[in-house]
Every structure is written in C-alpha cells, then in structure tokens.
Design a protein around this ligand. Structure first.
Ligand code: DX5
Ligand code: ZN
Length: 217
C-alpha cells in the first residue's frame, strides 16, 4: 500500500500561497479545502483561487470540497486540473454519477464521510471511487483534535477494499500529526492530510518526511 502525504494549506499564510506551496514540494499532493459557509460554517476559497493555486503549485492538487450541491460544482474543479476531487457523501445527490463524471474529466474521484456518516451504504459501490475520505474531525476548521472513534470505520473501509481486491485509497483528514498518524495507518489509511502539523513545523518538508516515515513503520 503506497503511503501518500497531502498537506492541507488551510492554515498556511493566504497572503503568500505561492511561497507556502513551495514549502511542501516533497509532499505527494497539496490538499486544498474549499468551503462554502453552508455545508460547513466556514468560507475559504472557490474555483478562481484554486485555478491560481494550480498554476503555481509544485505538486498536484487534492481538492476537498466541503460544499453543498457538489453535483453541480465539483466537475469544474476536475476541468480546472485538480488531480483529485473529493466531495461529501452527505451533500451529493447522485454520487456515482458525479464520480464517473470526475473520472471522465481526468481526475481521481473521492467521496468524503463526516465522522458520524457510516461507510456501509457505500460498500457495494467502492469500485466507483478512487478514494474514500474518512474525516477524523468534524469538517470546517484546522487545528482540531483527532477523533479516535473513527478508527473502526477506517478499518472496516480498508477491510472491504482488500476483500474486494480493489485499489481504492483511504484518506484521513483532521488532527493528523506525529502522535496520531500511526493509529490511522494501522487502522488502514494510506493517504494522510495534515494541516497544522505541517505548517506549524519549522521545516514543512521535514515534517512531511517525518510523517511519511511514521506512517510506513
Ligand atoms: C478541515 C479540513 C482539513 C484541515 C485539517 O475541515 O478538511 O483539511 O485543514 O487541519 P488539521 O490537520 O490542522 O486538523
Ligand atoms: Zn480537508
């Protein structure tokens, strides 16, 4: 299982996105959190800013859309050149149709679950997705603490993927740091989003390397 590190730029310095992105050139992706103030009580950026990020980022963009009506808005993020586009299961009307559309536009298709959203209704549909994002905090803000109660869901998700012999990634997002990444990896996650852990570190790329090392052990 390949280990993928995707630092979230949510808590980076938005007055210098180019410089902040340059700090994570050793990561696999840049995780970009799009929030619309409706699906979550926070507002970050939309397509025009994401297009700007795509122009200057040293690594591919992993877009996490915390927005209502992703059926309508998500395809444009794939068209803009995001390598991966993840929308929330709670917000999508036709998730399989949307995932197929994202793939047709050349992006990896991800589906995200809030901590209290079960994976079970999706288990027969796993082949339709490239990634399942199990949120390990309530979406909306960086800097929250990892919810251990999500670990069994990560494990059930990974078991179902392995049992079906699929190559679907399991992403965790929220409170991922040196002290929690091993638990998430052990449960079966292979894609790790870390926001404050990476951007609060003195050397962001060294933190990415340290997290990668811990996840691999
Ligand atoms: C929260 C976002 C996360 C956030 C993670 O809703 O989806 O990507 O940036 O931040 P940390 O790693 O600080 O919990
Ligand atoms: Zn996120």
């Amino acid at each position: 299982m390949s280990i993928v590190i995707s630092p979230s730029i949510l808590n980076s310095d938005f007055s210098d996105l180019r410089g902040e992105l340059a700090k994570i050139s050793g990561a696999d992706y840049a995780h970009v959190d799009v929030m619309d103030n409706h699906f979550v009580p926070n507002l970050t950026m939309g397509l025009p800013v994401v297009e700007g990020i795509i122009k200057v980022t040293p690594v591919p963009v992993d877009a996490h859309l915390m927005i209502e009506d992703p059926d309508r808005w998500a395809p444009a993020y794939a068209e803009a050149g995001c390598a991966s586009v993840t929308f929330h299961a709670e917000a999508a009307t036709a998730p399989v149709k949307l995932a197929r559309e994202l793939r047709a536009k050349g992006a990896r298709a991800g589906i995200a679950l809030r901590p209290a959203t079960p994976i079970e209704p999706l288990l027969d549909l796993l082949p339709e997705f490239d990634m399942i994002l199990v949120m390990t905090v309530e979406p909306g803000f960086g800097g929250q603490s990892f919810i251990d109660g999500t670990l069994p869901k990560i494990a059930r998700t990974r078991e179902a993927i392995s049992a079906a012999n699929l190559d679907v990634w399991v992403q965790v997002d929220g409170g991922v740091s040196r002290s929690t990444i091993e638990r998430a990896a052990e449960a079966g996650a292979n894609v790790f989003v870390a926001g404050s852990a990476v951007y609060k570190a003195e050397d962001a790329d060294a933190e990415v390397a340290a997290l990668r090392q811990l996840a691999q052990e």
